[in-house]
Design a protein around this ligand. Structure first.
Ligand SMILES: [Zn+2]
Ligand SMILES: [Zn+2]
Length: 233
């Protein structure tokens, strides 16, 4: 969870180094994400990164892989740079990358599909949005960043896909509320849009998922993740 987009850019025609942004999330944020996954009996441990740098990409073509299909620079970048995930990534290892911005301006993060071994969180977008008129106005960027990190990592367990819950978008998002609070969205709720009742939830440090009883049994991201066989390929 500590790799970052530092490296070489030739936007001006000559290669220059840009400074590292630092960790994707703070150490406090990392602990919050660890507690979030602990509720699903998943132990999250930060691993050393053999290649701690990637080329700087000011606007990454995400392809919206977990939100659609199509070619994706995000996928290509992950496959090339992040420990060659489709060839050599160790079981139970996943990547979280702090990136700058996406070409999709409404996108806070993305998880590459179908491999699901790498996620991006677009930290520059978060920093800009909290400081401007947006759905993130006034929120703490660190908290938004780690909530987004938890959201993207959750996609790596292929939640809400088969079966997709009613009202969900079939690619990882649901239309439910938090299991213990009907006035709060589930952390994997899709299409938050601009809703003053819910905008603040993106950075309120509360990350709860849904648990709904259906005709064929309980439906919950908690259960999907608890039931995932180990080790994850
Ligand atoms: Zn999502
Ligand atoms: Zn949900």
């Amino acid at each position: 969870m500590t790799s970052d987009a530092v490296g070489i850019t030739n936007l001006t025609g000559s290669d220059v180094y840009v400074p590292s942004y630092g960790p994707v999330v703070s150490s406090d944020g990392t602990r919050a994400v660890e507690r979030y996954f602990a509720a699903m009996f998943v132990d999250l441990v930060s691993a050393p990164v053999r290649v701690p740098y990637v080329p700087f990409v000011p606007k990454l073509n995400s392809g919206r892989r977990n939100d659609g299909s199509g070619s994706s620079d995000a996928r290509d970048l992950a496959m090339r740079w992040f420990e060659a995930p489709h060839r050599a990534v160790a079981p139970n290892h996943r990547m979280m990358i702090g990136a700058c911005r996406s070409t999709s301006d409404d996108e806070l993060g993305v998880t590459i599909d179908p491999e699901l071994v790498a996620s991006y969180s677009f930290r520059q977008r978060i920093d800009d949005d909290v400081a401007s008129q947006s759905v993130l106005s006034g929120l703490d960027p660190e908290k938004v960043a780690y909530e987004n990190t938890a959201h993207e990592l959750t996609h790596q367990w292929r939640v809400n896909v088969s079966p997709a819950p009613p009202g969900g978008n079939g690619i990882g998002h649901c239309a439910e509320n938090a299991f213990d609070n009907p006035r709060m969205f589930c952390h994997m709720h899709g299409d938050w849009g601009d809703d003053p009742h819910h905008n603040g939830e993106r950075g309120d440090t509360v990350m709860k998922l849904h648990y709904v009883k259906r005709a064929n049994g309980a439906d919950s991201e908690y259960l999907t993740i608890r039931r995932a066989p180990e080790p994850m390929p």
